[in-house]
Design a protein around this ligand. Structure first.
Ligand SMILES: Cc1cc2nc3c(=O)[nH]c(=O)nc-3n(C[C@H](O)[C@H](O)[C@H](O)COP(=O)(O)OP(=O)(O)OC[C@H]3O[C@@H](n4cnc5c(N)ncnc54)[C@H](O)[C@@H]3O)c2cc1C
Length: 549
């Protein structure tokens, strides 16, 4: 297999232009899942994205792999059950990326429907059968505060603790893409599908694409084309169904990041039922040296490529967090933020009531569109699509992805962690570096340690905001398909989200490492730092980026 590096882009482009069985447009969780499912059932596949992999909604989620406890309130039992079962599968397939986490459900004297909470949590446990991450328990206020010290000033009555999973959304997509590549799939980032190729008979047989890195336009012929473009699906869909009503209502969700001491959570996340009476709930999630607070859920009418944090979002999340925790967070406490748009399916009701179900549409001419759903359910969505494609081909091949480990061989997490920590000790790297590397890269962390062993300067940490070393930049450019500094800092390491300086002090050093791997020159390095700063500013909206003098 070719390394997943932009250094091999020209060869990969030539292969794609030669034609494939399946062209998947969109490299978020859904498109990556379709690529893996199709490639593992023996189809030749090219998966493309107009930006980096996971550059759409799949890097902007709450980073949970879950059934969605709160959907029980809308009686969406089958949806919740599907999510819980997928969570159990993904824990098995990617034990490094899908990690169990305790969640505290706080109960105050004024909490409504408190008698129903235990029932809801029992239902959640039952859906997972005997394999739940943990069974829920009622805990007293002191126990809840021990798990989540930020609750200390909130006037808590008691709480429940239940189990779910946390992940790194963009890295989960990366692991799925890397696994699809191991089955022969071609993966081209910065490649947009501009126009579907439609024959005289009306059949869709590929797409005209533009290479965003070179500006070249070429065709990728394909027997099947899958539209997995998330909130953008209507753009391709209307090319074959002119005048069709949009199927997606984008719902905006923002998250804020604060330094952990400002909102301390020992080991557990907190589900925050709204105290503002608007029925929205939020999460506070421990995230290394930081805490995540979010999210909002508001109908979005702006440009899908320009979604960013605005002042109303910032004020809402801070106020909601302060109300629940009795905290005094202010704008100056916010060190990072992101904004994304959920591809919700059109229907009546408030945003927070719109279903997280997915839907698949087979258009005249054969284009298959898949959207809605959740990060958690990407594998099920992909299976629906590929079942249809193989049926069209008259073949009977079952979906195999329930048995394909993601980004490794499926070796037990604790064994991998022990090896990585031993390797870090030998190389003078901290345990925190080792633990983070293992969670993000699993078995492939060994490759990063080999880089440090060969060149000790690559063991240098890049930022006080998170324990990442320079070798990870090399790994991202050499084996993780990264083309830009934004790809590395925003979606391979998530440094852009963890500090006000977005990792800019290390930007030039990192850009040089990427340039050396991908054959770029000094002029590219100089421009890349400015391009990265602009990308961060566009995403952060009202939140300024500040670099200490
Ligand atoms: C705030 C928020 C919180 C969430 N939290 C969770 C959570 O905790 N757990 C969970 O399970 N789910 C969560 N979700 C839902 C989940 O993130 C999405 O359902 C999922 O990521 C959608 O993936 P996708 O691949 O369908 O879309 P996307 O990730 O958006 O991928 C579509 C891709 O298509 C590309 N594209 C578009 N047009 C073209 C074109 N013409 N040519 C080439 N490429 C194109 C885009 O660049 C994009 O990368 C959350 C969503 C939001 C917004």
């Amino acid at each position: 297999m070719r390394p997943f590096s932009q250094a091999y882009r020209a060869t990969e482009v030539a292969d794609a232009a030669g034609g494939v069985d399946v062209l998947v447009v969109g490299m978020g969780a859904t498109g990556a899942g379709v690529a893996l499912d199709a490639a593992s059932r023996g189809l030749s596949v090219a998966v493309i994205d107009k930006g980096d992999l996971a550059s759409g909604t799949s890097s902007k989620s709450s980073k949970l792999v879950h059934g969605g406890l709160r959907y029980l309130e809308n009686y969406e039992f089958s949806l919740v059950r599907e999510g819980v079962l997928e969570r159990q599968q993904l824990m098995r397939l990617a034990p490094h990326l899908v990690r169990p986490m305790d969640f505290v459900y706080p109960v105050w004297p004024d909490t409504a429907r408190r008698r129903l909470l235990g029932l809801g949590l029992t239902t959640y446990d039952v859906f997972a059968g005997l394999r739940n991450v943990r069974r829920h328990e009622r805990i007293d206020a002191a126990e809840a505060i021990a798990l989540a010290p930020a609750l200390a000033g909130s006037g808590l009555d008691y709480g429940y603790v239940y189990g779910d999973c946390a992940t790194d959304d963009a890295r989960l997509v990366l692991a799925v893409v890397q696994t699809a590549r191991a089955f022969g799939a071609l993966a081209l980032t910065y490649t947009s599908a501009d126009k579907l190729l439609v024959g005289r008979d009306g059949a869709v047989h590929g797409a005209v694409v533009t290479d965003g890195l070179t500006g070249a336009t070429y065709e990728i012929p394909a027997r099947h084309v899958v539209n997995a473009t998330g909130v953008w699906v209507d753009r391709l869909l209307t090319q074959v169904e002119a005048g069709r009503e949009p199927m997606v209502v984008p719902s905006k969700g923002v998250h804020l990041v604060v330094d952990a001491p400002r909102l301390p959570l020992e080991s557990a996340s907190v589900l925050l039922p709204s105290r503002a009476g608007d029925g929205r709930s939020m999460f506070a999630i421990p995230w290394g040296r930081q805490t995540i607070l979010g999210t909002t859920d508001t109908e979005y009418h702006g440009g899908l490529d320009e979604i960013s944090l605005d002042q109303a979002d910032l004020d809402y999340v801070l106020r909601a967090g302060n109300d629940v925790f009795g905290a005094s967070l202010v704008e100056g406490d916010v060190v990072g933020a992101w904004a994304g748009a959920r591809p919700l399916l059109k229907g009546g009701g408030a945003m927070s009531d719109l279903s997280r179900r997915h839907t698949m549409i087979a258009s005249p001419g054969g284009l298959v569109t898949i959207t809605g759903g959740k990060l958690t359910t990407y594998r099920r969505m992909a299976a629906d699509v590929v079942d249809l494609l193989v049926a069209r081909d008259g073949r009977h091949v079952e979906c195999r992805t329930a048995d394909i480990p993601l980004g490794g061989t499926g070796r037990a997490y604790d064994a991998v962690l022990a090896d990585v920590l031993a390797g870090c000790l030998a190389l003078g790297l901290t345990e925190e570096v080792g633990a983070t590397l293992t969670r993000q890269q699993g078995e492939l962390a060994a490759d990063v340690l080999s880089l440090v062993a060969a060149d000790r300067s690559l063991g240098a940490e890049l930022s006080p905001a998170a324990p990442h070393v320079a070798a990870e930049v090399v790994q991202a450019a050499r084996h993780e398909g990264a083309a830009t500094l934004d790809d590395v800092f925003s979606r391979r390491m998530r440094l852009s989200l963890r500090s006000r300086d977005a990792g800019l002090p290390a930007a030039e050093q990192a850009a040089r490492l990427i340039a050396a791997e991908t054959g770029r020159d000094d002029a590219w390095v100089a421009g890349e730092v400015a391009r990265y700063a602009a990308a961060v500013a566009a995403e952060r909206g009202v939140l300024a980026t500040t670099v200490a003098a």
